[in-house]
Design a protein around this ligand. Sequence first.
Ligand SMILES: Cc1ncc(COP(=O)(O)O)c(C=O)c1O
Length: 438
Amino acid sequence: MDLARVLPYTATVNNKNHLVVGGCDVVELAQEFGTPLFVYDEETIRENIRRYKEAFASRTQNFEIVYAGKAFLCQAICQLMMKEGLSIDVSSGGEIYTAMKANFPSERIYFHGNNKTEEEIDLALSYSVGGVIVDSFDEIELLEEKVKNRGKKLPVFLRITPGVIPSTHSFIQTGQVDSKFGFGLAGGLALKATQKVLESSFLELRGFHVHIGSQIFLLRSYARAVEVIMGFISEVKKECNFVTRELNLGGGLGISYRTTDEPATIEEFAEVLVEGVKREGEKHGLEIPKIMVEPGRSIVGQAAVTIYRVGTVKEIPGIRIYVSVDGGMSDNLRPMLYGAVYEAILANRVENGKKVKVTVAGKHCESGDILIKEAYLPMPRRGDYLCTPSTGAYGYAMANNYNRQPRPAVVMVRDGKARVIIERESFEDLVRLDRPYF
Ligand SMILES: Cc1ncc(COP(=O)(O)O)c(C=O)c1O
């Protein structure tokens, strides 16, 4: 098994046969900070960012990397993105607030969402975010109403659904009538929205946005999306005499969750996007716009592991061995939400000859609370530390309090030092908002 594909880049095994990340013995981290525990490797995040910057910088002068905060956001991550000079995309008032609390530069915040509430829009405006990605006609009107007394135009991007559905086997074009996001090209909706914004006295059209999906392995879906959006940009130039200077091509690059996964690389992703925009630009006689991308998973996904403590080990002879851990669907909802598959390792006995097939179960009161259906581990025992790699994206971000389970702590490691970036919730935190009724 090539665990390097799923573990943080700094992962090694020490002479105690323990997993080491960022120079820290993961078993010692679990003992110090408790379990379940998210361990983020700063070096992996920085390396992925470096690769993104280099991959784009070597192909175009004009680009912007926007970290998709939905993958994992907290103040420390905002600070790290700030230090790295990245921008952030936010999709809720809570994410805007987090970025504000971290003093993230407001002009590098882009606000998304198919149903931004008035309160969220007010918050975004109070912080003068760098751009709002507009999703519907309804929202164009709402934004105009909100900014009409502001004295300056609000920069906006229009989210276009290009009719490309990515899959690991093929891409399928649809009329794109059926998406809750953005303006479809069918029926001239996207063009109509463009005209409406261009006519507005309160909104400034900065450009267009496209996001075709997430955990995408096949880059030809992107190539097709670029072809479609550049065709639209050409139409906009002809019909509205508007020159598009900024094009956000979204995120979605896949990562390895299993050692057998073979996602495209960051460099290949950049190549398809930038070369695609150049090629299509030339074809239509367009200026090359600034290319923006919004990666989330491919920056933080592989950077983290989750460490659990093994509790009950139950063997149903001839059928299955259930290995239960002290977390589950409250810290990793992805297997239950969309059948995501993970690897497992025993962090305290990494390299150990004989392996058995087990099912890793969470501790929650749902039979569907299964983290991994088929994992191959040295026969687990109560007290072992079980690690699931590649949990850095949409893990903690989707964590919840089902069964009144406190959310885990999150530590960031680097050069043998670990710092808590999100404290573990306490039972007291869980009842903090409860009010007695009787
Ligand atoms: C608009 C938008 N941008 C960027 C992303 C980030 O995607 P990923 O984390 O797969 O890179 C998402 C995620 O779904 C998204 O909806």
